[in-house]
Ligand binder design. Sequence first.
Ligand code: SAM
Ligand code: SF4
Length: 458
Amino acid sequence: MTGTPEEKSLKGLFIRTYGCQMNVYDSERIRDVLRPLGYAPVEAPEAADLVVVNTCHIREKATEKVYSELGQLKRMKEASGGRMTIAVAGCVAQAEGEELIRRQPAVDLVLGPQAYHKLPEMIARASRAIGDRLETEFDTIEKFDALPKTREVDGPTAFVSVQEGCDKFCTFCVVPYTRGAEISRRVDDIVFETRSLASQGVREITLLGQNVNAFHGPAPVIEGGDDWTLGQLCRHLSKIGGIERIRYTTSHPRDMDDDLISAHGDTPALMPFLHLPVQSGSDRILKAMNRGHTADHYRDIIARVRQARPDIAVASDFIVGFPGESDADFEATMQLVRDIGYAIAYSFKYSSRPGTPAAEMHGHLSEVVKDERLQALQGLLREQQTEFNASQIGKSLPVLVTGKGRNPGQMHGRSPYLQAVHFEGPESLNGKIVDVKIVGASLNSLTGELMRVPEAVL
Ligand code: SAM
Ligand code: SF4
């Protein structure tokens, strides 16, 4: 769906997305908001009339990348004779505000994650060189209400935002400051969006939120009008024709309630994959992080989820080198990893973020120590991931076909456990769920052979 805008009246739009899946979703919605104004995606920033840099503030490196990208865009803007408009969206925009325009004056517009529905109005104001170039107010409900109710999607998988913001205030994290307070979307609106996605061929939805399992959106009046939990929402969405797979991310151990755990056992559409970040295996560090749970509480949740859905694949996030983390604390993290056995996990060196409580704590560790610990943890996680993938060899897995592979005749798709699967098969299978016998596995993907496909599916 990208390329040079075909009609003269179309304007080129290029969006660069950094960071989490929430940002990927937001970028899709920015495209939806701008489509009625005649903006069509182009493949390179040089060809764009409007470049949106959708930013991430979670670690220092992510923020620095944004400034270096803005330097390159400034040169392109000059080469375009000033035709290009540069907008910075997302969490860096929220956190830096005016400072962004001061450090890089080529930036025309700055808008926080709760303001991108205001982009059309801001572009109009900028073209007339009037009004504010900065929009960083927090009003998530207004944003949810103002966005187009339907979306254009490409492919059988899509994100659906159900919750935004965070009230947990982990001491290392900027999200509560950049994304604002926790807020849930109305069930009616989520159902409407999901139905529209299903009618366009979407088979798998991933419900998104910074703390998605804290979801408590009001149900339709006909269903009683009470606030629903994520488990109730998943069961309800699983009844929508065409939606065969549901996932959710990212969740918090404190919000993993009994109902959601039992939904993993009683809702076949809920995929056997749980991304439940733990951050550390040391109770002392978890306390300093203000996570509100212990390592054993986390072990207990995983045990209960595995009881409800024995084949569930578990994923997590870890931070190494939090201020004050001792060798024994780090060893407790390694032990937790050995105890749980992860299918996949993301691990980061602690990055000090200005304005967060952890930035002011004593005992910041050297980069050398953080590097050593990260390497040790990632080595163990890689072993577990390789082992988990290899355990699929010989099994037949239902694979949702998501597109053509790199080699001719090859297709790729997703297993229930969110693994990439490559196999030979016809293009007509795109968007279908087919059985694939797994014959090979590596760290990042599986290879398989297509099983007999019923005529009706071909
Ligand atoms: N809400 C989720 C949770 O509770 O875990 C995660 C949201 S955050 C966008 C994604 C991940 O970034 C976190 O799980 C954490 O591992 C990592 N992260 C957040 N702040 C960080 C920091 N200051 N330094 C290093 N990693 C960080
Ligand atoms: Fe950040 Fe903690 Fe909120 Fe996750 S729960 S977004 S890590 S403050």
